[in-house]
Design a protein around this ligand. Structure first.
Ligand code: ADP
Ligand code: ZN
Ligand code: ZN
Length: 822
C-alpha cells in the first residue's frame, strides 16, 4: 500500500479550523489513519475534486480489496510517498464530519511532540477502541428522491434507487448496496451530489434495554413493622433509600416474600428499571448544595471569577470539603451550557465520587474509563459529541474526552501517580495534558489535593487556594508511631504491634470500623534489619538497594537501579550484626491470614487488586463495608484514595517502611502522600479518629512530618534535596526503557546507546542499569536515565538516531518525565 512510515517527529496537523477553506484547493492529497487492526502507518490518498476534506473528518477509503473507515489526519499539497501519482487511490467519500471538537488535533499533536510518540499512537490512546469499525456507514434516500423530479441519472444510480426503494426505511448499509449493485460507489456518489441520497453513520446497535428490579423506600412512619422488617428498612435507608432488589436481598439475607410484605404495608415500592449501558448504578437520591464554610466559599468565589485559562491549586486537608467545592464550581458552568471534565486517579474511588456527582447533577454525569466495555465507551463518546452540557468523570485517558464546549477541568488528587501512563507510549501525564487542554479551551484547570505534588507546589503558574481545616472543625486524627524494633526486642514477633492489636480488639468490642493499610508493590523490595532498622543503600546514589528475585539456588543479589552497583545479600546486619536482615514485603493475603489467626472474630474484607478485579467489585465491597458487614477493610494503595466513610475510626499501617525505601528518588514524596492520605480516612464522622503507623525507622523525618500533618516542613526538606541533586521539579528526566528476550543483547544495546549519548552535552546520564524487575514476561529490561535542566530541551539527542542503534529485537520506550523509575 501507499504507506509512508510516520517518523516520531512532529506532524503538523490541524491549524485552526476556519483557515482551511482557503487551503483546500491546494491540498489534493490527504494522509489517512486507516481503521485496520495493527496498522501503524498513515496512508496517502488523493482527494477527488468534488470533495472537501478537513482533518478529523471520517472518511471511507479503498484499502486492498475492501472499503474501510479512516480519519483524515493531514492535508498535503503534494504526496509524500514514492509511488507514481496515478497509482495513489482516491478517497471514496466523507462519511461524517465534526467527530472531533475544534482544537482536538492540536492537542493530540502536542502530546505526540512532547512525548516523542507517533501521532497514531496518541490517537489510539485517545479514541475509544474500534471507534471506526463499530460504526456502519449507511445510505438513505432523501425526501427529494420521492418527488419524482426529472433529472438525468445514470443506470447505476437508478439501480441504487430501485434497491433502496424496496426497503420500508429506504436505507441500506453501504456494504450491502455494494454487494448488490456493480460499481455502486459511483451511483451513490452521484445520488449524493444530486441531493437524492445521503450518507450517515449509524452507531453500533444498542442491545435491548436491560431491566432489573429496584427497591425504593417510601416516607412512611407507622410503626407496624416486625423487627426483621425494620432491619431491612434500615439497610435501605442507609443506602440512600434506593437499591437493586438483588443487592438488598443479598445484604439482608432475606426473601422476595419478605419484601412483598413491605410493599403491601406501603413502605417500599419495587419496579423495573433500565440499566443503561453507560455505566450507572442505582439512581441516587437528589442532593442540594451545602452551605459552604468560609474557606470553601473563598475558594469557590475565586474559581467562579475565572473566565479564561487559569490554573488553581486547591490544597485542602483530608475531609476539608474539596469535593463540595468542585460540585459548586461546576454548577454555573453547566448552567452556561458548558461541560466539565473531572479526572480521578482510579476506578476504585469512583463509585462513591460519581454517586455524589449524580446526586447533584443527575444524568448529566457520565463516567469514562478503560474498565468500561467497548460499547459503553463508544456510546459515551458519541454522547459527549452532542455538545450537551455534561459532566464527565474519568481516569487519565478521559483527558481526551471530546467535549466540544469545555468550561472547566478538575484533577482530583492531582499528586497521584496513576495519572501517568508508563506503557504503552505515549507515556503521558494527564496533568500535563490537562494544562495544554485547558489552555487550548481557554478554561480554568483546578488541581486538588491534600498533599500536592512537588511539581504543583513549586509551580508559579497557579493561584493557590487553601482549605486548612476539616469540615465542622473536626480535628485531623492523632497519628501514633510504633517502633517495631522495640516490639521485636520485647519479644513480640507478630506483624502487629501490641498497640495495634489492642486497637483491633477494641474495634470488635465497640463495634466500630477500621482500615488496615498494607504497602505492596512488585516483587522486589528493600532489605532492612529488623533489629536496628538499618537499610542497605547504594554507596553512590542515595537510594536503597533492591532485592532481586533470581533463579532458585542462585546467590541473592542486591542492586541499585540507578547506577547498577551490586552486592551480595549479607547474612548479618552490617550495623548491629543481627541475623534478622530481611527483604521486606507482606501482601494483603498474608496479613489477612495473620488477622484470622490472631483475631478469629474480627470480620474483615480484603480490598486489593485480587478481590476487586471484577466489574462492580469495588462498589460491592465498599457497600458491604458501609453496611457494617465487617470491622476491618484490609487493602493496598486503593484504600488511600478519596474514601469518605464517616464511621471509620481506626486506620492502621502495617509497615510504613515498604514505602520509605523504594529505590526511587520519589520515595519520600510518595510515602508522605500515601501515609497522609490513608491517615485522612480516619475520623471523618462524629467519632474521633485514630491512626497507628508501624515502622522500623520511627526517627525518619517523613514519619515525623506525617505525624504532625506538616506538609510544609516535608516540602522544605524534600525540595532542598531535590534541588541539590537536580531532580524534578528542578531538573527534568527522560528514561529510556529497553527490553529484549535476549539478556545479553539488551545489555549491550543499552551500553551502546549510553556510549553514544555520552558524547553529547547538556544532560547527565545515569546507568545503564537493569530495571528492578529484570525479567518481565520473559523480556529482560534495562534502562538509562537522562537528567537535564528544564530549559535544556533543544540540546536533547536526536531520538531517530538513538532508535537506529536499536536492532528490531530490542524495543525502546522513551519515557518523558518518568514517575516510576523501577
Ligand atoms: P475532601 O474531598 O476534601 O476529602 P469531602 O468533600 O469528601 O472532603 O468532604 C468531607 C465530608 O464533609 C463529606 O462527607 C462532605 O459531604 C462533607 N462536607 C463538605 N462540605 C461541607 C459543608 N460545607 N457543610 C457540611 N458538610 C460538608
Ligand atoms: Zn541491624
Ligand atoms: Zn547507585
Amino acid at each position: 500500500m501507499y504507506s509512508n512510515s510516520v517518523s516520531s517527529s512532529v506532524i503538523a496537523v490541524a491549524e485552526p479550523w476556519g483557515s482551511y477553506q482557503s487551503q483546500i484547493k491546494l491540498s489534493q492529497w490527504v494522509e489517512v489513519l486507516v481503521d485496520c487492526p495493527g496498522c501503524l502507518d498513515l496512508f496517502t490518498y488523493k482527494i477527488p475534486d468534488q470533495l472537501l476534506i478537513k482533518p478529523g473528518d471520517i472518511l471511507s477509503v479503498p484499502f486492498g480489496a475492501t472499503q474501510v473507515g479512516g480519519i483524515a489526519i493531514r492535508l498535503l499539497t503534494q504526496p509524500n510517498v514514492d509511488i507514481p501519482l496515478e497509482k495513489i487511490r482516491e478517497v471514496e467519500d466523507v462519511v461524517s464530519t465534526g467527530f472531533f471538537p475544534s482544537g482536538y488535533w492540536t492537542l493530540l499533536n502536542q502530546v505526540a511532540a512532547y512525548y516523542y510518540t507517533p501521532l497514531i499512537q496518541v490517537v489510539r490512546v485517545a479514541l475509544p477502541p474500534g471507534l471506526l469499525g463499530r460504526s456502519q456507514r449507511r445510505i438513505r434516500l432523501t425526501p427529494l428522491a420521492k418527488e419524482n423530479i426529472a433529472v438525468y441519472i445514470s443506470p447505476t444510480a437508478q439501480q441504487v434507487i430501485n434497491l433502496l426503494q424496496k426497503t420500508p426505511t429506504e436505507d441500506y448499509s453501504y456494504h450491502y448496496i455494494q454487494q448488490k449493485v456493480k460499481a455502486a460507489y459511483r451511483g451513490i456518489r452521484e445520488l449524493i451530489r444530486l441531493g437524492l441520497a445521503e450518507n450517515y453513520l449509524e452507531p453500533p446497535r444498542l442491545t435491548q434495554p436491560k431491566l432489573q428490579k429496584a427497591v425504593t423506600l417510601l416516607d412512611n412512619h407507622d410503626d407496624d413493622l416486625t423487627s426483621r422488617q425494620k432491619e431491612i428498612v434500615e439497610v435501605l435507608r442507609r443506602q440512600g433509600g434506593e437499591m437493586w432488589q438483588s443487592e438488598l436481598l443479598r445484604l439482608c439475607s432475606t426473601s422476595t416474600s419478605t419484601l412483598k410484605a413491605l410493599v403491601d404495608k406501603g413502605y417500599i415500592v419495587i419496579e423495573d428499571r433500565e440499566i443503561l449501558r453507560r455505566e450507572q448504578g442505582v439512581t441516587v437520591i437528589g442532593d442540594h448544595h451545602k452551605s459552604l464554610t468560609p474557606a470553601q466559599n473563598n475558594a469557590l468565589e475565586t474559581i467562579n471569577s475565572l473566565t479564561r485559562f487559569a490554573q488553581v491549586l486547591l490544597h485542602g486537608v483530608t475531609g476539608s470539603g474539596k469535593t463540595e467545592v468542585y460540585l459548586q464550581a461546576i454548577s454555573p458552568i453547566v448552567e452556561q451550557g458548558k461541560s466539565a471534565l473531572v479526572l480521578v486517579p482510579e476506578i476504585g474511588l469512583t463509585p462513591q465520587l460519581t454517586d455524589r456527582f449524580r446526586a447533584r447533577f443527575g444524568n448529566k454525569v457520565q463516567v469514562y474509563h478503560s474498565a468500561l466495555s467497548d460499547g459503553e465507551r463508544y456510546d459515551t463518546w458519541r454522547q459527549m459529541l452532542t455538545g450537551e452540557p455534561q459532566i464527565i468523570i474519568g481516569t487519565r485517558s478521559a483527558i481526551f474526552a471530546p467535549l466540544p464546549n469545555l468550561g472547566l477541568i478538575i484533577l482530583d488528587e492531582e499528586h497521584d501517580s496513576s495519572f501517568k501512563q508508563d506503557a504503552p507510549i505515549p507515556t503521558y501525564h494527564a496533568r500535563t495534558v490537562a494544562q495544554w487542554r485547558a489552555a487550548l479551551e481557554n478554561c480554568p484547570l483546578i488541581l486538588g489535593s491534600a498533599t500536592p505534588s512537588l511539581e504543583s507546589w513549586v509551580s508559579r503558574n497557579h493561584q493557590y487556594l487553601s482549605l486548612p481545616e476539616r469540615i465542622n472543625s473536626r480535628p485531623l486524627p492523632p497519628v501514633e508511631i510504633v517502633d517495631m524494633r522495640q516490639e521485636l526486642k520485647e519479644g513480640n514477633r507478630s506483624i502487629f504491634s501490641r498497640k495495634l492489636q489492642n486497637a483491633l480488639e477494641q474495634l470488635e468490642e465497640k463495634q466500630q470500623q477500621g482500615i488496615l493499610f498494607i504497602h505492596r508493590r512488585g516483587h522486589s523490595t528493600f532489605v532492612s534489619c529488623r533489629s536496628c532498622g538499618y537499610v542497605l543503600e547504594c554507596p553512590h546514589c542515595d537510594v536503597s538497594l533492591a532485592y532481586h528475585h533470581v533463579e532458585a539456588g542462585a546467590q541473592e543479589l542486591l542492586r541499585c537501579h540507578y547506577c547498577n552497583y551490586g552486592r551480595l545479600h549479607p547474612p548479618h546486619c552490617p550495623e548491629c550484626s543481627s541475623p534478622y536482615l530481611k527483604f521486606f514485603g507482606s501482601g494483603t493475603q498474608r496479613v489477612a491470614q495473620e488477622l484470622n489467626k490472631q483475631f478469629p472474630n474480627l470480620k474483615i474484607i480484603r480490598f486489593d487488586s485480587d478481590t476487586t478485579n471484577t466489574k462492580g467489585a469495588h462498589r460491592n465491597l465498599l457497600t458491604k463495608f458501609a453496611n457494617g458487614e465487617a470491622h476491618l477493610l484490609v487493602g493496598t494503595q486503593m484504600l488511600t484514595k478519596g474514601l469518605d466513610l464517616p464511621q471509620v475510626t481506626l486506620v492502621g499501617v502495617v509497615a510504613a517502611d515498604g514505602l520509605l525505601h523504594l529505590s526511587d528518588y520519589r520515595a519520600n514524596e510518595r510515602t508522605f502522600q500515601t501515609l497522609t492520605q490513608v491517615a485522612g480516612r480516619a475520623g471523618r464522622g462524629d467519632d474521633p479518629g485514630r491512626v497507628i503507623i508501624q515502622t522500623y525507622t520511627p526517627e525518619h523525618p517523613i514519619i515525623a512530618a506525617v505525624q504532625k500533618h506538616d506538609y510544609q516542613s516535608f516540602c522544605d526538606a524534600e525540595l532542598a534535596q531535590r534541588q541539590a541533586l537536580n531532580y524534578p521539579p528542578y531538573g527534568r528526566l527522560i528514561l529510556l526503557r529497553l527490553s529484549s528476550l535476549d539478556p545479553i543483547q539488551v545489555q549491550n544495546v543499552a551500553q551502546i546507546i549510553a556510549t553514544f549519548l555520552s558524547d553529547k552535552e547538556g544532560f547527565e546520564i545515569l546507568g545503564p542499569a537493569p530495571a528492578s524487575i529484570l525479567r518481565v514476561a520473559n523480556r529482560y529490561r534495562w534502562q538509562i536515565l537522562l537528567k537535564f535542566a528544564p530549559d535544556a530541551l533543544p540540546n536533547l539527542p536526536d531520538w531517530q538516531q538513538v532508535r537506529s542503534l536499536c536492532p528490531s529485537s530490542v524495543s525502546l520506550t522513551i519515557d518523558v518525565d518518568p514517575i516510576n523509575i523501577m
